[in-house]
Write a protein that binds this ligand. Sequence first.
Ligand SMILES: C[S@@+](CC[C@H](N)C(=O)[O-])C[C@H]1O[C@@H](n2cnc3c(N)ncnc32)[C@H](O)[C@@H]1O
Length: 438
Amino acid sequence: MAQVSPARKAAFFILLAVDRGERHSDDLLRAQSLSKLSAVDRNLATALVLGVLRWQIALDAAVRPLLKKPNARLDVEVLIALRLGAFQLLQMDRIPARAAIDESVELVKQAGHRFASGMVNAVLRKLAAGGKKTADATSAYPQWMVERWTQTFGEDTACEVCRLGQAQPVIGVRVADAPVEQELATAGVELVPGSLLSRARIVLAGDITTTSAFREGRTRVQDEGSQLIGEIAGTGTAILDCCAAPGGKTLVLAERNPEARIVACEVSEPRLHALRERLSPLGGRIECRLADATHLPFEAEFDLVLADVPCTGTGTLGRNPEIRHRLVEGDFARQAERQKEILASALRAVLPAGRVAYSTCSLEPEENEQVIAAVLGATASARLTPMQARLEEMEREGILISGAAAKLNQCVTPAGYLRLRPGQFGTDGFFVALIEKM
Ligand SMILES: C[S@@+](CC[C@H](N)C(=O)[O-])C[C@H]1O[C@@H](n2cnc3c(N)ncnc32)[C@H](O)[C@@H]1O
């Protein structure tokens, strides 16, 4: 039996699991099974999985016309082997065509579809003969998604959002202090400053996850935009993080509020368990509770509530490429209903003169400004607070690097929300609003 390289085999099985909706690619790429591969194989498997998921729609459009029956229903294993081969042939530079084709053929045989192997071989050979063509990034997204972004943001921004979603995002890191940076440098991790925050860095080279600073929680991988939301939320004496797992923003709140009482709620038991584990180095300082944020068991108890609500995640497509394949247009309204309930419940949990920071990693108005408008429209006791003032305060306090408040102020909408487009400052796409309870 011909060999399939460990990287292609791992990528094939991960893509199958993602296609079946069993797990997210992100979880699978971090799973134990992949850690058994060599670094080179792990990198290739990761590039294949993310690349196929990013380009899936364009790959299918290139492959289908080469089938005898372009609309034929294909077994999922056959389809994924074709996508894997097509991705290597059309989008990767240093993969010999022969390896890409032969290993896809072999994957199909090993998956029990021997009868389809001739077809896979013929289709991929035809594709290889056509040579590489530069694909337009918009061809890698559902058409309705591109149309909705064009309508909301205009054509140039929609194209930019699509283009950025096709690239591997930078790895953002949070560093507590200079000694940690020195420690990471000694361990071979090369960092450069982030674009906005004094504690954010970007990894240029090296693997931070293998360092003792990472294992012992003195540094962590966290997108700079995610850190920024935690920083914007700010300070309080009694703080509720009502949708807390996996805890990235809870950790920022804990760093900035060493004396505060902090409660972190999460509705999913497994995610709560993982959150508890992650926060355990803080020695029980943060109370973790299983709670549904749409019906929080608190009444006017906190002076700061962070509602980093569940959302469609359309600001994170570079990191989570499969979102585009799962979303349907009705999802925005469904998410918005839950988001409105969470925001209303967060406002009940906050004390008069306290504030709620509402945030998403979605680009969609239904999940962002329309949620705020609906909830504030239904309550007389809350109002938006100016984002510019908070950003300037953060720069004065040294949380933002010099000049960052002015850059971010360009992203504050006339209504006073901060919206970061993905990649604008090397971050994921985020939306955040500050609301004061009167
Ligand atoms: C966007 S994530 C939060 C990310 C987190 N703040 C961080 O920075 O790491 C949203 C979280 O809310 C949780 N969630 C979803 N519905 C919820 C609800 N009704 N009540 C509480 N948590 C909920 C999800 O399980 C998920 O862990």
